[in-house]
Design a protein around this ligand. Sequence first.
Ligand code: HMG
Ligand code: MG
Length: 302
Amino acid sequence: MAIFASLPKRVTIVEVAPRDGLQNEAAVISTQAKVRFIDALSDAGFPVVEVTSFVSARSIPQLADAQDVLRAIARKAGVRYPVLVPNMKGFERAREAGATDIAIFTAASETFNRRNINAGILESIERYQPVVRCAKEEHIGVRGYISTSFGCPYEGEIAPTAVLDVAQHLIDMGVDEISIGDTIGVATPNDVIELCEVLLRRIAAGRLALHLHDTRGTALANVLAGMQAGIAIFDSSAGGLGGCPYAPGAAGNLASEDLLYMLEGMGIETGVSLPAVVAASASLAGQLNHPLTSKYFQASQR
Ligand code: HMG
Ligand code: MG
């Protein structure tokens, strides 16, 4: 007998390790190694692989080779390859390198947004207007991130209505999908249900994703809560890589391997091969100066 009757039959996983993971690594990873990692992830079956960021090299030196990476990957039919852009300059660099999907990123907390992209929330929304307009004209898909949706390292707890306000601005601007970020991994399942209920009153479930960092070990429980609330798009990161240099204390993202193991065990389809993800993570692991945090990955290496 199914215990969780209301769960989706299929979930879309957005693989973010090449961007959220590699933006946070101290070790220098070569462009070639990044490209191999991304190609291995799209070969593993992820329908979306977030490739890199077209941000200031002073802010994120790890991704300064964004154009070379995006140009060199082997694009698979049916796979989307979004890249982060913080402003018009980023959009133009991304477009030159052939981006067909972008992600803009703002936050539910004023202080975090200032530290991260040197703009207040409304200021960033203004800054993104021309970016989204140009993207739409060129049929480039647009995702919008809302960081610190559950808590901020500088301001503490964030009210669901604050997230809804930002989400409404993004929807009005024309973004296709909104990813709700638990940037510092503070959410528990009740918080997820509460926020999803507030958002789902105005926004269709098919346009909402959850982006969970696993700082306090609640990410998988939060996926379950999200699925029960009606969400079927989740961001995760091979090996559990990830973090944000502007969010002190943030740990890695929910690990793709751990998410896949849970979903497979529950009979929920993803189209992704778990052994292929483990192989992709293993090929990168030797180049990092720390072990990978994914529990499933660790168990698979014993
Ligand atoms: P700023 O200093 O206000 O920008 O930074 P500016 O417009 O005054 O320009 C300053 C310099 O940066 C200039 O160069 C610009 O040309 C250059 P200079 O004349 O001094 O040599 N510049 C750029 N270079 C390349 N690409 C660009 C670009 N823009 C300006 N696009 C800015 C503002 C937004 C640029 C900066 O703060 C920045 O790049 N921030 C990015 C921070 C970041 O990437 N954070 C991590 C990603 S967000 C995240 O991880 C959270 C998420 O995972 C969800 C979650 O977990 O919640 C998405
Ligand atoms: Mg993140």
